[in-house]
Design a protein around this ligand. Structure first.
Ligand SMILES: Nc1ncnc2c1ncn2[C@@H]1O[C@H](COP(=O)(O)OP(=O)(O)OP(=O)(O)O)[C@@H](O)[C@H]1O
Ligand SMILES: [Mg+2]
Length: 406
């Protein structure tokens, strides 16, 4: 791969589909095109109508092609839904030479990869948490060390085969190849988490339209994940049902008046809403009360999901919020008080026209680019990917330029 090659990230979200083209080098990422379209045919992170979703993807890709001038053929895309599971696996080998080589690392990862996965699931990632040499753990790269026994603890991420295959098919129908499929919040974390946060301990919470995705990092390594099947669309739905309003009007009111916590003066204030071409006056507090109740419920579910991640224990974690719901007024503070931890909203720093996609709702898209770039330049016994059959050789050979459209 030469200097200035291009990567395309494609985020197929429940609310929006975003394609981003970036020119990358070992040290830089410059966004040269962004194509955003409303999502169609996606429910709670899962493609439920392939033809409509493919048409929307084609539109996003067409836009990004026009802006960047790059002929996009392959994309790095992602998924996240309630079917995704992350779990631990271990591997061990006896060393035959006295200095550990990359081959030994590959071999021990292979033993960790012989893990039971249900027939309807496929492994998306195998991420080493630590290597252990002769009983000494917390090693990030054992190559060059001396020892007799090498072990590895890994986190495996597995997703539904159907969901993965549908994404591949949908991209194909849209005229692009899904060269990689990443677990969305891992991508988001690549865009917004700082290295020192991952070292000390960080929790990334991405609240999108359809799902709330959580990933946890400690000692610089990914240590577990959870996906909750609730996102911002549920908030809109609550307003629509509760106040008998069309979804579009409920969405408008949510963005205009929604608050996760709200001041007393909201009581009594009235606003005009429109339903069936008729205007009605309602108390503003109806909306905020619905949003507040849903925010409290979701925050409680987030806390339970975090506590349910195996190996999780309390420490001064940094919490970073992404997804468009992060912009809901008062949510950052509510999550901080319920988790009793500092919270910040994750924004992306990119050059070129990256300013357009700085907000937390673009963390996954930007992350798909950062994740792919990082994996390419930093080698990859750290990870794997599947299109169809889980391919060890692809993983071990490294990901030679296949995401890069010249
Ligand atoms: N200012 C705001 N306040 C509250 N909610 C908001 C705001 N702006 C956007 N949202 C909500 O955020 C949701 C969309 O989030 P996002 O764009 O991150 O979703 P997505 O990536 O398409 O979906 P997912 O990741 O769940 O598949 C919608 O429900 C939208 O109504
Ligand atoms: Mg999203």
């Amino acid at each position: 791969m030469g200097e200035g090659s291009y990567i395309t990230g494609l985020d197929i979200g429940t609310s929006k589909i975003v394609a981003v083209v970036a020119r990358v080098t070992e040290t830089t990422t410059e966004v040269t095109g962004v194509g955003i379209v409303p999502s169609v045919g996606v429910r709670k992170g899962v493609i439920v109508d392939i033809e409509s979703a493919a048409a929307a993807i084609r539109e996003a890709v067409k836009k990004v092609r026009a802006i960047s001038g790059v002929e996009v053929k392959e994309v790095c895309t992602g998924i996240s839904d309630g079917q995704i599971k992350s779990f631990k696996s271990t591997g061990a080998i006896a060393l035959t030479t006295d200095t550990i080589t990359q081959r030994d690392v590959d071999k021990v990862m292979e033993t960790a990869g012989t893990v039971y996965v249900p027939l309807d699931k496929e492994i998306m990632h195998m991420i080493p948490v630590e290597y252990i040499v002769d009983g000494e753990g917390q090693i990030h790269n054992p190559v060059g060390m001396k020892g007799m026994r090498l072990e590895v603890n890994v986190q495996v991420v597995a997703g539904s085969s159907n969901t993965i295959q549908n994404v591949i098919k949908c991209c194909e129908m849209a005229g692009v190849k899904a060269a990689d499929i990443v677990f969305n919040p891992l991508a988001s974390s690549a865009a917004v988490l700082r290295e020192n946060e991952k070292d000390y301990g960080a929790i990334l919470i991405d609240i999108g339209g359809g799902t709330t995705d959580i990933v946890v990092f400690k000692n610089g390594a990914f240590m577990g994940a959870a996906v909750i099947d609730i996102g911002g669309n549920q908030f809109t739905n609550d307003i629509a049902v509760g106040l008998r309003l069309p979804v579009a009007e409920a969405e408008r009111l949510k963005k205009a008046y929604g608050m996760a916590t709200f001041p007393d003066e909201y009581f009594g204030e009235e606003i005009t809403v429109t339903a069936d071409m008729e205007e009605r006056r309602i108390s503003k507090s109806f909306i905020t009360e619905i949003i507040k109740a849903r925010s409290e419920e979701l925050t409680g579910m987030i806390k339970d999901a975090i506590l349910g991640i195996p190996g999780f224990s309390w420490q001064p974690w940094s919490v970073v919020l992404t997804g468009a719901v992060a912009e809901l007024k008062g949510l950052e503070g509510l999550i901080a008080s319920v988790l009793d931890l500092p919270v910040r909203i994750g924004t992306c720093q990119l050059s070129g026209i990256g300013d357009k996609i700085r907000g937390p709702m673009y963390a996954t898209t930007v992350g798909l680019v950062s994740y792919t770039r990082k994996r390419y330049y930093e080698g990859s016994s750290s990870d794997t990917f599947t299109t169809g059959q889980y391919s060890m050789s692809k993983w071990f050979k490294g990901l030679v330029g296949k995401f890069f459209n010249k």
